[in-house]
Unconditional design. Structure first.
Length: 71
């Protein structure tokens, strides 16, 4: 039996665990490391269909905001 772990899923779990920590308990290095982990996670899911779906949803949301804000 071979167990495979998807790196994106593993990073998502790490992100959730890191963000659940209290804000004042984090150092600057800890915050920078969280940002790097989130960026790597974004790069990993970007080419997937899930990543493309998120991109489309955010794009539609941004377009609706820009249309609402214009006179």
């Amino acid at each position: 039996m071979v167990l495979s772990i998807n790196v994106a899923v593993l990073l998502a779990v790490v992100i959730i665990v890191r963000l659940r920590r209290r804000t004042h308990a984090r150092s600057r290095f800890d915050e920078k490391l969280t940002v790097v982990i989130v960026l790597v996670f974004g790069v990993l899911i970007a080419p997937t269909s899930f990543g493309q779906g998120i991109l489309n949803a955010v794009g539609q949301f941004a377009r609706s905001l820009s249309q609402t804000g214009s006179p």
